[in-house]
Write a protein that binds this ligand. Structure first.
Ligand code: SF4
Ligand code: SF4
Length: 119
């Protein structure tokens, strides 16, 4: 049985999770309560990217005030996804891998960097 990862690390120069196009996130309505769902939709730009995403620098322009659903924490994991806190690293790695694969591609430099940081 594969051991559960104990830690997760975001990597700079990625930003894949800021591509918010709802067509790419079909289960949004299942886990986001109405207020957060409204907030989510309000952030989606015409190109599918978050309107707060700085594409040039691949950073969040409201990082300190970013919404709850943009944060990776045991509380968010439990409150939004009903998953135990000890699954945090595995869950985060899974989400990042999915996002990076769909936005930048399976063989992209972003995926390579992420895998190196999360071995
Ligand atoms: S997809 Fe993962 S690695 Fe990429 S910016 Fe988002 S949290 Fe960081
Ligand atoms: S608010 Fe910031 S972290 Fe959240 S999706 Fe938008 S740019 Fe990304």
């Amino acid at each position: 049985m594969k051991a559960q990862p104990k830690s997760w690390q975001c990597v700079s120069g990625c930003g894949a999770c800021c591509y918010l196009n709802p067509e790419e996130r079909p289960f949004l309505q299942e886990y986001l309560p109405e207020e957060l769902l409204k907030l989510y939709y309000s952030l989606v730009g015409e190109d599918g990217w978050c309107i707060q995403y700085d594409a040039q620098n691949r950073t969040c322009s409201i990082y300190e005030e970013r919404p709850m659903f943009c944060r990776v924490s045991p509380t968010v994991l439990q409150e939004l996804y009903d998953e135990p806190a000890e699954n945090l690293a595995a869950w985060a790695i899974h989400c990042c891998t999915e996002n990076i694969s769909s936005v930048w591609g399976e063989e992209s430099p972003e995926m390579h960097k992420f895998k190196q940081a999360n071995k």
